[in-house]
Design a protein around this ligand. Structure first.
Ligand SMILES: CCCCCCCCCCCCCCCCCCCC(=O)SCCNC(=O)CCNC(=O)[C@H](O)C(C)(C)COP(=O)(O)OP(=O)(O)OC[C@H]1O[C@@H](n2cnc3c(N)ncnc32)[C@H](O)[C@@H]1OP(=O)(O)O
Ligand SMILES: NC(=O)C1=CN([C@@H]2O[C@H](COP(=O)(O)OP(=O)(O)OC[C@H]3O[C@@H](n4cnc5c(N)ncnc54)[C@H](OP(=O)(O)O)[C@@H]3O)[C@@H](O)[C@H]2O)C=CC1
Length: 542
C-alpha cells in the first residue's frame, strides 16, 4: 500500500484513499494455502457464466475450464447471432475449432457442458429472455465478463454501450443470482494509460459514467464524434477510455458482490496451452507480425529502450481462473497480468521474420523498428509508398485494378493506432498477482501457471509467428519451401531492379557531365580502397 495515501478500511475490506482511488485488500490474507480447495476442486460442481466466449480470450477460457476443471458443472455462454449465422451454428463451429482438440480427446462429449444463451449485449436487458434470466439467476456461481469492443477506432457511443452500459446491465443481472460467489471483470492494463505508474487501484473515472451516458443519449452521432477528442482527453482512444469507466462501474458494486478485476497488457498467442502458438486474430502484435512477414510492413515506430508488455493468452486465462477461485473466497483481486516479471524487448519482437516465411509475400520481410519520427517517415516513403506506387503502376499497365496504395493506407491507419502503445513505457504494480501466486498449491502452480519468468521470449515469438501462419492465415507448413523459393525470386527481382536503377542514374545524370563522372570515379575508388583495407586487416587478424 502506498504510504502517501491516507486510507481507512471499512468492514468489507474496501479501502478508500483520500485521492479518490479505491483499493481492494485481502482482509483474510495469509489464511488461504492449506485450508482452501485446489482450483479444480473449487470449480467442481459450479455453474459458470461467460460473456465474450466466442472471442479470442473467451474461447481459451472455455477450453481451459473444460480441460483442467473437468468436474465443472456447466458453462453458460452469452452468444449473439452474427453475420447470418444463428447462435447454435456459431457455437457448434466454435467447438469444432482446433483449439478444442485436446479437450475433445479427453472427453468427446465436452460440448454437453456448454449451454448457449442468446444475448445481444447492446440491447436493453442484454436481450436475454425472461426464462433464461430465471435460469441464470437460479444456478450461476461465477461470472467471467470478457465481452467488449476492443477496436481502437470505435465510435464513442458504441464503445460506451458495450464496454460500460452492458457491464452495468450484467452487474444488475449478477445481483439477481442467488448463488453468485465471484464476478470477474476483464479490463485492460491500458485503462489508465494516461498515467506513467499504475497501481492496483481503481482510479477516479475521467467522468461520472452515469452523467456521460445521460448526455450522449440525446446527442446525434456527429456531435458525439466532434466532442470525442475533448472527452477522451489524454487517452489515445475510446477503447481505453470506456474500459476505465467500466472499471469504475464494476468497483461501485464491490460492497455487494465479490469482485475481481484482471488487467491484461498486450495479449498474444498461447505459450504452452493447449498447444504453443495458438492465435485467431489480427489484433495488436499478430497483425504486425503478419504484415511484416508478408513484406508489407517494413518500418514501425517503437521505443527500443522500452519493453513490450506482451503476455501469452494461456497465462492470462490461468490467472483469471485462479482469480475466480480466490475472489470467491476472499473478496480480492485487482491486478495486472504478470508481464512485468519478465518483459520482452521490442528488438526481440522485431527480429523474427524469415525463418518460417509466409506465402506470396509482397517483398522480402525486412522490418525495422525506430523511435525516430522522421526516420520512420523516410522509410514509409521509400519502403512503403514508393514500392506501392510502382506496383500499382504495373497493375494499371497490365489492365488490372490498382490495390497496393489502398492496402498501405489501411496499414498506416492500423499502425498509427498502435504507435501510442509501442512508443512508451509504463510501470505497473503487480503485488496482488504475486500474492495470488503464493497462495496456489504446488500442483495448481503447474496446472494454472501464470509465472512467465521461465518464458523464453525468442522461442515464444517464433511459435507466435508460426501460429499466425497456421491458424490465422490457414497456411500449410509444407508450403514453406515454395514460400522460400518465392522469396528468392523477390531477391532476384530486387537485384535486377537495383542494377537497372544504377544504369539509369549513370546514363541520365553521370555520363553526361565530366564533373559527375569524376565524383563517381572518386567514390568508387574510395570504396575499393576501403574494401582492400578491410580485407588486408581481416587477413592479419586471422
Ligand atoms: C516492423 C516491426 C516488426 C515487428 C515488431 C513489433 C511487433 C509487435 C507490435 C506490437 C504492437 C503494439 C500493440 C499494442 C496494443 C495495445 C493493446 C492494448 C491491449 C488491449 O487492451 S485490446 C486489444 C488490442 N486491440 C486491438 O489490437 C484492436 C486494434 N484494431 C482496430 O482497432 C481495427 O482493427 C483497426 C486497426 C482500426 C482496423 O480497422 P478496419 O480498417 O475497419 O479493419 P477491420 O479491423 O474491420 O478488418 C477488416 C478485415 O481485415 C482483416 N485484417 C485486419 N488486420 C489485418 C492485417 N494486418 N492483415 C491482413 N488482414 C487484416 C480483418 O480480419 C478483417 O477481415 P474480415 O474477413 O473479418 O472482414
Ligand atoms: N486481446 C487483447 O490484447 C486484450 C484484451 N483485453 C480484454 O479482454 C477481453 C476479451 O478480449 P478479446 O477476447 O481479445 O476480444 P475479442 O474481440 O476477440 O472478443 C470480444 C467478445 O465480445 C463479444 N461481443 C462483442 N460485442 C458483443 C455484443 N454486442 N453482444 C454480445 N457479445 C459481444 C464478441 O462476440 P462476437 O463473436 O459475437 O462478436 C466476442 O465474443 C476484453 O474485455 C478486452 O478488453 C484486455 C487486454 C488485452
Amino acid at each position: 500500500m502506498s504510504t502517501e495515501l491516507s486510507e481507512s478500511q471499512d468492514l468489507n475490506g474496501l479501502e478508500q484513499a483520500t485521492d479518490g482511488t479505491s483499493r481492494l485488500t485481502d482482509i483474510c490474507s495469509g489464511t488461504v494455502g492449506n485450508s482452501m480447495a485446489s482450483i479444480a476442486e473449487y470449480y467442481a460442481g459450479k455453474s459458470v457464466l461467460i460473456t465474450g466466449a466466442t472471442g479470442f480470450m473467451g474461447k481459451v477460457l472455455v477450453e481451459k475450464l473444460l480441460r483442467s476443471c473437468p468436474e465443472v458443472k456447466a458453462l453458460y455462454i452469452l452468444v449473439r447471432p452474427k453475420a447470418g449465422q444463428s447462435m447454435q451454428q456459431r457455437v457448434s463451429d466454435m467447438m469444432k475449432c482446433k483449439l478444442f482438440d485436446r479437450v475433445r480427446e479427453d472427453n468427446p462429449d465436452f460440448y454437453q457442458k456448454i449451454i448457449p444463451i442468446s444475448s445481444e449485449l447492446t440491447q436493453p436487458g442484454l436481450a436475454i429472455s425472461p426464462e433464461d434470466v430465471e435460469k441464470l439467476s437460479a444456478c450461476i456461481n461465477i461470472v467471467f465478463h470478457c465481452a467488449a469492443t476492443i477496436r481502437f477506432d470505435e465510435p464513442l457511443k458504441h464503445a460506451l454501450q458495450l464496454n460500460v452500459i452492458a457491464t452495468q446491465q450484467l452487474l444488475s443481472l449478477a445481483h439477481q443470482m442467488h448463488h453468485l460467489e465471484a464476478f470477474i471483470h476483464i479490463s485492460t492494463a491500458y485503462a489508465n494509460c494516461n498515467r506513467k505508474h499504475i497501481d492496483e487501484v481503481i482510479y477516479p473515472p475521467p467522468v461520472e459514467p452515469k452523467k456521460l451516458i445521460e448526455s450522449l443519449e440525446w446527442m446525434d452521432d456527429g456531435i458525439v464524434r466532434d466532442i470525442t477528442p475533448r472527452l477522451i482527453s489524454d487517452r489515445p482512444n475510446t477503447y481505453t477510455y470506456t474500459k476505465a469507466l467500466a472499471e469504475y462501474v464494476v468497483q461501485q458494486e464491490q460492497h455487494r458482490l465479490n469482485i475481481g478485476i484482471i488487467r491484461p497488457s498486450i495479449v498474444g498467442a498461447s505459450w504452452q496451452e493447449p498447444f504453443p502458438g495458438w492465435i485467431d486474430n489480427f489484433n495488436g502484435p499478430s497483425g504486425v507480425f503478419i504484415a511484416a512477414g508478408k513484406g508489407i510492413l517494413r518500418t514501425m515506430r517503437a521505443n527500443n529502450d522500452a519493453v513490450a508488455d506482451l503476455i501469452p493468452v494461456d497465462v492470462v486465462i490461468n490467472l483469471t481462473l485462479a482469480a475466480g477461485w480466490y475472489t470467491a473466497v476472499h473478496r480480492l483481486v485487482n491486478g495486472k497480468t504478470p508481464g512485468s516479471l519478465s518483459r520482452c524487448e521490442w528488438l526481440i519482437l522485431g527480429r523474427e521474420g524469415g525463418r518460417n516465411p509466409l506465402e506470396q509475400a509482397f517483398r522480402r520481410p525486412n522490418a525495422n523498428i525506430t523511435s525516430n519520427y522522421l526516420i520512420n517517415q523516410y522509410w514509409i516513403l521509400v519502403s512503403h509508398k514508393f514500392p506501392a506506387l510502382i506496383y500499382d503502376l504495373i497493375l494499371r499497365l497490365t489492365g488490372q485494378k490498382p490495390q497496393m496504395m489502398r492496402i498501405f493506407n489501411r496499414l498506416h491507419k492500423a499502425i498509427g493506432l498502435l504507435e501510442y502503445f509501442s512508443s512508451q513505457d509504463w510501470e505497473w504494480n503487480s503485488e496482488n498477482m504475486s500474492m495470488l501466486m503464493s497462495q496456489l498449491t504446488p500442483e495448481d502452480r503447474k496446472t494454472f501457471n501464470f509465472d512467465v519468468r521461465q518464458l523464453n521470449w525468442p522461442e515464444y515469438i517464433e511459435n507466435y509467428c508460426i501460429g499466425t501462419k497456421k491458424y490465422v492465415l490457414n497456411e500449410d507448413m509444407s508450403d514453406i519451401p515454395a514460400a522460400r523459393q518465392h522469396l528468392r525470386k523477390l531477391r532476384n527481382i530486387r537485384y535486377t531492379f537495383n542494377t537497372l536503377l544504377v544504369v539509369f542514374i549513370w546514363r541520365v545524370f553521370i555520363a553526361r557531365s565530366q564533373m559527375a563522372r569524376n565524383i563517381w570515379y572518386f567514390v568508387v575508388s574510395l570504396c575499393f580502397k576501403f574494401l582492400s583495407y578491410f580485407r588486408a586487416s581481416s587477413t592479419l587478424t586471422n
